[in-house]
Design a protein around this ligand. Structure first.
Ligand code: PLP
Length: 394
């Protein structure tokens, strides 16, 4: 067999969501678009804000010289300056343009972040439920992933975190608000993680970085701004993108920000540039770098997602589903009424409702619904979700 055994194995889980999406298309052909309710994939249906379309039009109508040329691996200076200024305003941490590397979406950002720090055999701790690609992103660069479970409130089980540290620990990945749960860590939880990582690094006489995937930070429904680990832990390499808060997932534009006080900061930044090149990203799409430059403070209307969250959370809890109320992103993660989450999700599929089983996120016994869909799809899924619950409860 020619295909790599490793890739073949990894594709089984990675392709689950894609498989569900394709089955949805097949079901729609049989039953009609309006009768199949696909909440399986996190691909937002919201259009980007008008300001983005105007920036694109301005660039097309009056292209600056060299608009389509390759850029430096770190990206255009003026865009990095704009990002650093806004990030400093948002967080109170004084980022400069030199601390920013523009990346190929958050996926590219996390990959170049891990590539810059990992030696083969280094360990990366990830809190589950987690974004299912982290294992791949870690293994892409020779790392070994170690999982730490969540408690009933979806915060890390701190005793498990304590025993997960080893002399090989190089990074801890944080994703808050989280995919698949929508849970956001409080200031108290982030402080505790920062303290534990600081203590472990001192005890093990090593440097442990936090790689923070902040792709949902601007889709937050709590009071004030979403708490961020970069305010509590200087050795933070933060990756994010405009995929979610500007609704541009197809445009592949994001960035990495290395904390100004990060250990070995300048070498890491050089490593990020190197990684952008050798992983084949080269530079993030140049027209998108220009387009987002003036849009640092522009977002989709997050109240739309808040309203969908409120609607779905109430409907599901009224039915009897058990859920920790999500505080951000556009996912909700109820408990499956039976331990076998895959069997439950297949049962829902027979009722023409498509969702994703928790095992994909290393959290069996749960299932994920993405509510970045139009209201009719969300509302249309409710009768099937009710029937499914009743069937398996009785
Ligand atoms: N990180 C998380 C937690 C995500 O949910 C996603 C996409 O769904 C990504 C990263 C990838 O984002 P991007 O499309 O910006 O690469």
């Amino acid at each position: 067999m020619a295909i790599s055994e490793k890739v073949k194995g990894a594709m089984v889980v990675g392709n689950y969501i894609r498989k569900m999406f394709e089955e949805g298309i097949a079901l729609k052909k049989i039953h009609g678009n309006e009768n199949v309710f696909d909440l399986s994939i996190g691909n937002p249906v919201l259009e980007p804000p008008e300001a983005f379309k105007q920036e694109l039009k301005r660039l097309i109508d009056n292209p600056p010289p060299g608009l389509h040329f390759a850029t430096e691996p770190a990206g255009y200076v003026e865009t990095r300056q704009a990002i650093a200024s806004q990030l400093s305003l948002d967080t109170g941490v004084k980022y400069k343009k030199e601390h920013i590397v523009i990346a190929y979406g958050a996926a590219g950002a996390v990959n170049i972040g891990l590539k810059a720090i990992l030696n083969p055999g280094d360990e990366v701790i990830s809190f589950v439920p987690n974004y299912f690609e982290y294992v791949n992103y870690t293994e892409n660069h020779g790392g070994i992933i170690k999982y730490v479970a969540a408690d009933e409130d979806l915060n890390p089980v701190f005793s498990e975190l304590e025993s997960a540290f080893s002399p090989k620990t190089k990074a801890v990945i944080i994703n808050s608000p989280n995919n698949p749960t929508g849970h956001a860590y409080s200031h108290t939880v982030l402080k505790k993680i920062a303290e534990m990582v600081t203590r472990a690094a001192a005890r093990l006489k090593t440097t442990i970085y936090i790689v923070s995937d902040d792709v949902y930070t601007n889709i937050y429904f709590g009071e004030g701004k979403c708490p961020r680990i970069l305010n509590y832990y200087p050795n933070t390499i933060m990756g994010t993108s405009y995929s979610k808060d500007l609704s541009l997932p197809g445009e592949r534009i994001g960035y990495v920000a290395v904390h100004p006080e990060c250990v070995d900061r300048d070498n890491i930044i050089s490593g990020l540039n190197y990684a952008n090149r050798v992983l084949g990203f080269v530079n993030a799409p140049s027209i998108m770098q220009k387009a987002v430059c003036n849009l640092q403070n522009v977002r989709i209307d997050t109240n739309i997602y808040r309203r969908k969250r409120d609607f779905l959370y109430k409907a599901l809890t009224d039915m009897g589903y058990s859920i920790v109320k999500p505080e951000g992103a556009f996912y909700i993660f109820p408990k499956s009424p039976i331990p076998d989450d895959e069997a439950f999700v297949l049962g829902l599929k027979d009722l023409l409702v498509l969702t994703t089983p928790g095992f994909v996120f290393k959290a069996p016994g749960y299932f994920r619904l993405s509510y970045c869909m139009d209201d009719a799809t969300i509302a249309g899924a409710l009768p099937g979700l009710k029937k499914g619950l009743e069937k398996y409860r009785s």
